[in-house]
Design a binder for this molecule. Structure first.
Ligand SMILES: *Cc1c(COP(=O)(O)O)cnc(C)c1O
Length: 399
């Protein structure tokens, strides 16, 4: 089997039949300007050097690849390794694309970076990047989420971004998206809308993937250096899909490496309370691009749910849809209970408290490792740390 992955996406922003620009004509022009600027700027030595320096000296890259010996022994079977994105400054992989987007906005001479946030993770990473780069930042957040996510709200305020509470509708993520987007449309020439995953209209799925692909490039080399071979399986959780595509990109042409994305099965795939978009979704459009969707018969997004708030999105990155169709990546699921079990196992056997999002990938790895032999290996993208989830899990388990 030989598949050509480059050039991906095509000139219209399509990965096979997914992606594109499902937006009004005046926005298509703006998006194409962003694409042109990105293609020009990213090739300049100044931009590359500035981003590379920030990745090392600010974020703390490269993040290590760690052999989880006690976890592997407990599970019995394949050896489990972790790519430690949880050790990045701000505690997750999101800083990788936020730095890229903030820098690009600065190079393009934009005056303000805008975004929505749900639980506040994207908001904090973006506010951090904007403080560093020295550009104005405005984050829209539902009032309900503001009351739930105190530490992140406080951090965003300290970091100096303008936090706009959204009091319409259900006062959660979807309303925050609408509100931030309205603000963006007031002056798209001078504002930059920083999308938080490999979703949205072209060129965002491509740009965010490129900024995240450092994860896989590092991990592939680190693994080769230490183990003298590539992993048998690499795996990552999938919300919008940025940390997974970041890991997978460097391995796409390694035919003997199995790639597995893990979606949240929530309370169960048959309960309607999940966010397993690639597993159960159908083709459609959402937020300016085409992908698999969890949608009703009229094409409206269905309510989605996961114990991990970073995974509950009814769409998914277009490149994942393509990779599923051509069968280069397999998509599996882990439910809330399996996620909690993995969260506690990793904490107590390795002293590493993972984000609930990342714990979905750990749950899958534990499940599959048991059926493999000790000379086989699995590499997990540990996308973030669990500080934000510690109180919630302790309450839920009565600790
Ligand atoms: C936001 C988030 C995710 C989900 O986003 P992707 O774009 O699918 O990577 C996963 N893990 C952590 C720690 C997050 O903060």
């Amino acid at each position: 089997m030989s598949i050509t992955f480059a050039p991906m996406p095509d000139d219209n922003g399509y990965f096979g039949e997914y992606g594109g620009q499902v937006i009004p004509p005046e926005l298509i022009q703006i998006m194409n300007e962003i694409n042109d600027a990105y293609e020009k700027v990213r090739q300049t030595p100044e931009f590359q050097q500035e981003l590379a320096d920030l990745n090392t000296d600010y974020t703390g890259r490269p993040s290590p690849v760690y052999y989880a010996k006690r976890l592997s022994e407990e599970v019995g079977g394949a050896k489990i390794f972790l790519k430690r994105e949880d050790l990045n400054h701000t505690g997750a992989h999101k800083i990788n694309h936020c730095l890229g987007e903030a820098l690009l906005a600065k190079y393009m001479g934009k005056t303000k970076v805008l975004a929505e946030t749900g639980a506040g993770q994207h908001g904090v990473a973006l506010a951090t990047a904007c403080a560093l780069v020295g550009i104005e930042c405005e984050i829209h957040m539902g009032q309900v989420d503001i009351e739930k996510e105190h530490p992140n709200v406080t951090k965003m305020k300290i970091l100096g971004c303008k936090l706009v509470p959204v009091t319409r509708g259900t006062q959660t993520l979807k309303d925050a998206v609408d509100s931030a987007f309205e603000e963006y449309l007031k002056d798209p020439v001078h504002y930059f809308y920083a999308i938080g995953s490999v979703v949205g209209p072209h060129p965002f799925p491509k740009m965010v993937r490129d900024f995240q692909s450092i994860v896989g490039r590092e991990a592939r080399q680190q693994f080769l250096d230490k183990q003298g071979k590539l992993p048998d399986i690499i795996t990552a959780c999938v919300g919008g899909g940025s940390n997974a595509i970041g890991l997978f990109t460097a391995f796409l042409n390694d035919e003997n490496v199995k790639l597995v994305g893990v979606e949240p099965a929530g309370k169960g795939l048959d309960t309607g309370q999940h966010a397993a978009t690639l597993t159960l979704g159908t083709k459609g459009a959402i937020h300016g691009f085409e992908c698999y969707n969890l949608q009703d018969s009229e094409g409206n997004p269905l309510p989605v749910y996961s114990i991990a708030s970073g995974l509950d999105y009814p769409g998914v990155g277009p490149q994942h849809c393509y990779l599923k169709d051509i069968k280069r990546v397999e998509y599996e699921t882990a439910d809330d209970q399996q996620c909690l079990d993995a969260f506690m196992k990793l904490s107590r056997l390795e002293g590493i408290i993972p984000a609930l999002e990342s714990a979905h990938a750990v749950a899958y790895a534990m499940r599959i490792a048991a059926s493999m032999s000790p000379d086989q290996t699995i590499l997990i993208n540990l996308s973030g740390r669990g500080d934000k989830d510690a109180d919630f899990v302790a309450n839920r388990l009565g600790l």
